[in-house]
Design a protein around this ligand. Structure first.
Ligand code: MN3
Length: 201
């Protein structure tokens, strides 16, 4: 289990996500989940397991493993679905799938933003692919994700948005909706398309 470098500099997502937030979020929050995760699995057979198989049976494990394995995976996934000068409209197969599923990109955007805004407390919004190859929007509490057996709606995620206060509080304070609006300007749609194509191939 690697702690991957951030794929861009701390200030790359300015002005949408500020440098200090990125630095603390990556080097403190994410790193802590990673360290805790490694400590929890140390000396157990999980050290050589793959993360998706851990998620598939996460309900059988203690909460500490659920929170920290999720926190480790979700953040790496999130960093990689953002980039400097991102945003805009998706292209290719995922664009067609979004139009087909939601009717339009704007309707997808509305549902995804709503999933983030209405997540009470801390958690995540997701765009995922279900077992039938269909897209769906969902949100999860805490550090859960759609790969976990405890998720209300299970599938393979292709886009993640962190809506914990630590993801936006320094710049946006209580205005989560403003952070969510800004998030759409940093989405790395090329990465989302790649993930989608890998799932539906
Ligand atoms: Mn976070």
């Amino acid at each position: 289990f690697e702690f991957s470098p951030l794929p861009y500099s701390y200030d790359a997502l300015e002005p949408h996500i500020d440098k200090l937030t990125m630095e603390i979020h990556y080097s403190k929050h994410h790193k802590t989940y990673y360290d805790n995760f490694l400590n929890i699995i140390k000396g157990s057979e999980l050290e050589s397991a793959d993360i998706e198989s851990i998620f598939k049976t996460i309900s059988k494990h203690p909460a500490g493993l659920r929170n920290n394995s999720g926190g480790y995976f979700n953040h790496t996934f999130f960093w990689n679905n953002m980039k400097a000068s991102g945003g805009g409209l998706p292209t290719g197969k995922v664009a067609d799938a979004i139009s087909k599923t939601f009717g339009s990109f704007d309707e997808f955007k509305k549902q995804f933003a709503e999933a983030g805004k209405t997540r009470f407390g801390s958690g995540w919004a997701w765009l995922s692919v279900d077992d039938n190859g269909n897209l769906f929007v969902s949100s999860t509490a805490n550090q859960d994700n759609p790969l976990m057996d405890v998720a209300d709606k299970k599938g393979t995620p292709i886009l993640a948005m962190d809506v914990w206060e630590h993801a936006y509080y320094l710049k946006y304070q209580n205005k989560r909706a403003d952070y969510i609006d800004a998030f759409f300007n940093v989405i790395n749609w090329e990465e989302v398309t790649k993930r989608y194509e890998a799932v539906v191939k």
